[in-house]
Design a protein around this ligand. Structure first.
Ligand code: DAH
Length: 340
């Protein structure tokens, strides 16, 4: 018996397993109810009583050694998850969690794609701009309220003429300065205004601007593009309405309303019972703007339009608190899935 115990002892000390499966077979071989150690325990009952003490101690020690050895080996394979110890390469993989696009990006892309189908190209410009491109070239008089400290973030520099752009119309100016007509661009981007942050205003937001300059461009062309855009974006039943307005860089200027998406034009609290909701500003590019940018206003005319992406997103998705767009709340963002 003593001989058997020491033989097993040596065997156990030298155990090796290549994977968790092999280890499990070893456990069964030595430590299961019918395993080698259990068999020795059975034999132990028949041992003469004068040897019981010594052999009993040795047996118990052997059992401990076997337990320790196997659990030490088990730790090595702890990362293996299948009993066979083989990785199943045919197993269906866990789905990789994909992020979703930001709702403003989804809507911005939809707007840009709609204009791209009409031949507009994307143009971009800097967010930190000079006074000329944001205001002066766009025919803002020196004392125009938009230049006021209340609206514009001024960047601290000695000349005092660097600002965070308050609208993407600055990209119009940059493009017209460097290209001759025909110009057909769509300019998405972030803009900044010195506003107190609330559910309906933020110090930064996003706009898309469109500009078309060529020979013989008329207000009728603008109107046609607006109708196309409204129907593509909000559905074929959507109607538009143009109201006269004022912007320094367009003459004539207009604001465009669409029929309220909620009530279809009948009137509801969302549209303040008018049946219409405002979505963008537009007009024929002012001759002064063309001349400021080096384009002959006797030969060329053009239209421009600009809209807030947050506003369009609110209309499409009913996000009523603007702050949600910049809070990075995963629960909010995960609701927006897009195929793009
Ligand atoms: N830039 C204007 C704004 O920020 C929006 C706008 C109005 C753009 C009329 C235009 C336009 O191009 O023609 O409020």
């Amino acid at each position: 018996m003593i001989h058997k115990i020491s033989k097993l002892h040596e065997e156990i000390n030298n155990l090796k397993a290549d994977n968790a499966g092999e280890l499990e077979s070893l456990r069964i071989k030595y430590l299961s109810k019918k395993g080698e150690i259990a068999q020795l325990m059975n034999e132990f009952r028949t041992i003469a009583s004068e040897h019981k003490r010594e052999i009993g101690q040795r047996l118990n020690h052997l059992k401990e050694v076997a337990h320790d050895k196997l659990s030490e080996m088990k730790e090595l394979f702890a990362h293996e998850d299948s009993a066979s110890g083989q990785h199943d390469l045919t197993r269906t993989p866990y789905p990789i969690p994909l992020g979703s696009r930001h709702p403003l990006q989804i809507v911005q892309k939809e707007i840009c794609d709609t204009f791209a189908r009409l031949g507009f190209h994307i143009a971009e410009g800097p967010e930190v701009e000079d006074d000329w491109h944001v205001f002066s070239a766009l025919n803002f008089p020196d004392n125009h309220p938009a230049r006021d400290m209340q609206d514009t973030f001024f960047v601290n520099n000695p000349s005092g003429t660097i600002v965070l752009r308050t609208h993407t119309s600055s990209v119009q100016t940059r493009t017209m300065e460097t290209q001759q007509p025909p110009i057909r661009i769509i300019c998405p981007g972030r803009v900044y205004r010195n506003e107190a942050i609330s559910y309906r205003a933020h110090c930064f937001f996003h706009q898309v601007e469109a500009l078309y300059i060529d020979r013989h461009v008329s207000f009728a062309d603008l109107r046609q593009v607006l109708i196309f855009f409204a129907k593509e974006m909000f559905g074929q039943e959507t109607q538009i309405r143009l109201r006269p307005s004022y912007f320094p860089f367009t003459e004539p200027s207009a604001e465009m309303d669409i029929t309220c998406l909620l009530c279809g034009g009948k009137g509801c609290p969302f549209c303040k019972h008018t049946g219409w909701v405002e979505i963008l500003g537009c007009g024929m590019v002012h001759p002064n703007v063309l001349e400021n940018c080096g384009i002959d206003s006797n030969t060329f005319t053009g239209y421009a339009l600009g809209m807030g992406i947050e506003r369009i997103t609110n209309l499409k998705y009913r996000v009523t608190d603007l702050r949600l767009f910049s809070e990075n709340d995963i629960q909010f963002l995960q609701q927006f899935e897009s195929a793009h």
